[in-house]
Ligand binder design. Structure first.
Ligand SMILES: NC(=O)c1ccc[n+]([C@@H]2O[C@H](COP(=O)([O-])OP(=O)(O)OC[C@H]3O[C@@H](n4cnc5c(N)ncnc54)[C@H](OP(=O)(O)O)[C@@H]3O)[C@@H](O)[C@H]2O)c1
Length: 258
């Protein structure tokens, strides 16, 4: 029997990048997957391709920053699949904007999706996770914010660190329902969103990672699948860094000396 057999997962931000990787890995491990995102063309096409590979997958269009939309998506998914066991709150945006140029709407746009969208996603899935014998919430945070900084991402870093603050209290409050709340903290993972930052960014980042390469979306999916599994039943409120060692070197010289 596959490790996530009979589990039902809802993955936000599943039309591109890391969310696609998470969904594919969870499906491979036996879960049914409800894919959530705003782009219907990408979402329905990805659901179809998973179905053609024999997986149980369906797309639910929703903007996570709109509470009524993510609530409707969670309700429809739970009705179609017969409940929800796993929420992967992964949807996020990272438009670069330096602090001196940043205005209120730049700030709000990032907070609305990354932080409020995570909160709305958890609220929408919670009634179903409470009914699961072993509910799981896995948040996609980042190394940026909790551990590192990068010019242009003060708002983004604030949301990703904020997710961990949310996680720690949610993990305490929901433990009585046997729901665990954990987070993965990706380093630089090759996704459509990251590619939009340009080749210079990708090359500089690869060079600063001890493993000398960017991560794959599946490598985040494997970490999420572990935190969503029975084997992780006693891990609660944990932030798992998946970054190829990127946060370790004290300086560029530390990398060169190796
Ligand atoms: N790639 C990295 O190196 C990296 C590193 C650390 C953390 N992360 C985090 O990982 C997550 C995914 O990043 P990625 O690199 O895969 O980004 P991406 O390639 O740009 O994909 C982002 C996904 O989020 C969805 N999304 C964005 N806004 C949404 C909204 N309002 N409602 C619903 N879905 C929304 C997008 O779908 P639609 O456009 O269809 O809505 C898309 O599926 C983000 O939370 C990001 O902060 C990424």
């Amino acid at each position: 029997m596959k490790p996530l057999q009979n589990k039902i997962a809802l993955v936000t931000g599943a039309t591109r990048g890391i969310g696609k990787g998470i969904s594919r890995v969870l499906a491979n491990k036996g879960a049914s997957v409800a894919l959530v995102g705003r782009n219907p063309d990408l979402g329905f096409a990805y659901a179809k391709s998973l179905q053609e590979q024999g997986f149980n997958a369906k797309f639910y269009p929703a903007d996570v920053s709109k509470q009524e939309q993510i609530t409707e998506a969670a309700n429809s998914a739970a009705s179609d699949f017969g409940g929800l066991d796993i929420l992967c709150a992964n949807a996020g945006i990272f438009p670069a904007c330096k602090l001196e140029e940043m205005n209120e709407s730049d700030w709000d746009a990032v907070v609305d999706v990354n932080l409020k969208g995570m909160f709305f996603s958890v609220k929408a899935c919670l009634p179903y996770l409470k009914k699961s014998p072993a509910g799981r919430v896995v948040l996609t945070s980042s190394i940026t914010g909790p551990h590192t900084g990068y010019p242009g991402w003060s708002h983004y870093g604030a949301t990703k660190a904020g997710m961990l603050g949310f996680m720690r209290t949610a993990a305490i409050e929901l433990a009585k329902y046997n729901i665990t709340v954990n987070a993965v903290l990706p380093g630089n993972i090759l996704t459509e969103g990251l590619e939009e930052l340009g080749q210079d960014y990708l090359h500089t980042m690869s060079a600063s990672i001890p493993l000398k390469r960017l991560g794959t979306v599946e490598e985040i999916g494997y970490a999420v699948a572990f935190l969503a599994s029975e084997e992780a039943s006693y891990i609660n409120g944990h932030a798992l860094i998946v970054d190829g060692g990127q946060i370790l070197p004290e300086s560029l010289q530390a990398l060169e000396a190796a």
